[in-house]
Unconditional design. Structure first.
Length: 278
């Protein structure tokens, strides 16, 4: 069993997950309605909105500087800011990022690391949650894009998602991406991941974009405690769906998830091998 062992641990996890779901249910929908009243009009007239790309990182300065950021700066959509939040990095990430002269790249390092579960796989489900929530506070964009610090966003990632969202008035839009395992890249299509919505299909986080007023939906560090739909991005998307966020999907590949450094795979399989703790 991947969760905390024992009957008491199971009961604790159930109660925390249930109470959080109740809180989300009671608060997020009315907050969404209020945010729409305040901010939705500005999305109809802005032809060149600022897009905030938010990245949580932990001791990955070399990858950020050598690969991740160059891909982002090469986007065909230029009105972007890159918000990188360190989860209390203890390597030279800060020094490496200072070498980037582009003012669109901004780095903030947390003074205290997020408190994650001890299990490697459970930690993988929610890693980066604290810096992502902090990143939304610093982000000034009208739209948010999310990625891991070693993901690759293709040149047309932002323009593809933004144009699709604007065309159909979506608040949240997803696409497809590639994963590389054992030297073979494969298309990851939209998935139905929530038993409560069997016909609800979305792509994974590297192929996401949503309106910034959806920042009222916080990333849930306790998502790992649930019995199903445990990755934090699936948890967030389910809450979007329950609250009636307008969601669209476009069948195009806009990103790639390469193997985690030191492994030949991705996801929790890579976490079991690398155990970087990020």
């Amino acid at each position: 069993m991947l969760m905390e062992a024992g009957v008491f641990g199971d009961l604790k996890n159930f109660l925390i997950a249930a109470l959080l779901n109740l809180r989300f249910f009671l608060t997020e929908y009315p907050m969404l309605l209020f945010q729409r009243i305040l901010y939705e009009k500005k999305y109809f007239n802005n032809s060149n909105p600022l897009v905030s790309i938010i990245i949580a990182t932990y001791n990955r300065g070399n990858i950020l500087v050598s690969r991740t950021i160059p891909y982002l700066l090469d986007q065909d959509y230029k009105n972007i800011e890159i918000i990188i939040i360190g989860d209390n990095c203890i390597d030279n990430t800060s020094e490496l990022l200072k070498s980037i002269s582009d003012k669109r790249v901004k780095f903030f390092d947390l003074k205290k690391r997020g408190k994650y579960p001890s299990s490697i796989v459970d930690r993988w489900f929610v890693q980066g949650t604290k810096p992502r929530n902090v990143g939304m506070k610093y982000a000034k964009g009208d739209w948010f894009v999310w990625m891991s610090d070693d993901d690759i966003l293709f040149k047309n990632h932002i323009s593809t998602l933004l144009n699709h969202a604007k065309k159909y008035n979506y608040e949240f839009v997803t696409a497809n991406y590639e994963e590389e395992r054992d030297g073979v890249s494969a298309k990851i299509k939209a998935q139905a991941f929530d038993k409560n919505f069997p016909n609800f299909f979305i792509g994974g986080m590297p192929a996401w974009m949503y309106r910034s007023y959806l920042r009222i939906f916080k990333w849930n560090i306790h998502a790992w405690r649930k019995k199903y739909n445990r990755p934090v991005d699936f948890d967030l998307a389910s809450r979007f769906k329950r609250c009636g966020v307008r969601i669209g999907h476009i069948d195009k590949i806009v990103a790639k998830v390469p193997p985690v450094e030191g492994t030949n795979t991705v996801g929790y399989q890579a976490a079991l091998i690398a155990d970087t703790g990020d």
